[in-house]
Every structure is written in structure tokens, then in C-alpha cells.
Write a protein that binds this ligand. Sequence first.
Ligand SMILES: [Zn+2]
Length: 124
Amino acid sequence: MKQKPEKKPTPARLWRELQTCWPALKGSLALVYKPCIRPHCRACASGKKHPNWLLAFSDQGRRRCLYVPALLVPALQRALRNGRRIEQLLHQMGPALVQQYRAQNPAQTGPAVGLRPAKPSPNS
Ligand SMILES: [Zn+2]
């Protein structure tokens, strides 16, 4: 019989991993091609235009964009991955806190106790 590896996330384990996820950010990064303002630009005339990285993010509910220097792109991509990982960790934190509480308070009753009401046995 196969056994699952024991990898239940505890709040302490989640906290340790959370600390490795910095810097982090929420938003999206896109490579766009824009025309420039130079007259007689060959790249624009040929339709190639100019590549620019744009970081889109939300600022108090409003969508905003910033041009990003190409050298900063790898760091921002890492920060985006960290941001997604932090979100996953936060989703795991609720169940981890409940499991930790139950492990430390075994005498407590929970909703699961009432799921199967005791039926009177037909033999009694
Ligand atoms: Zn141009």
C-alpha cells in the first residue's frame, strides 16, 4: 500500500517558506511594441517599432502601468512568482491554523462529531 509523504503544512513551516518569498509583487509584466516620436525612424517605418516592458498593477483599485528597464525584468519576474507563491501560502494558512488548534486541543468537539448521528441499533 502506498503512503503519502507526510507534508502537512504547519503555520511554522508556512512562515519559514513565506520569508523566502521576498521581494514579491502583484501585477503583470508584458512586452509591448510601441512607435517612438522620432521623425523618419526606420524601426517605426518598417512596422517593427520598439520593444518595451510594461508592468501593470493596481493602485487603490485603478489599473496603472509603468515602463520597466529591460535589466530589471528578471527581478520583477521573480517577484511576480514570489507574489503568487505567497498567495498560495496564505490559502494554506487557514486549514493549517485549524489543524494546529485541533492537535493542541484534542478534547474539543467539532462539527465532524455531529455528522453521523448515532442511530438506534436494530438489535437493541
Ligand atoms: Zn521609432
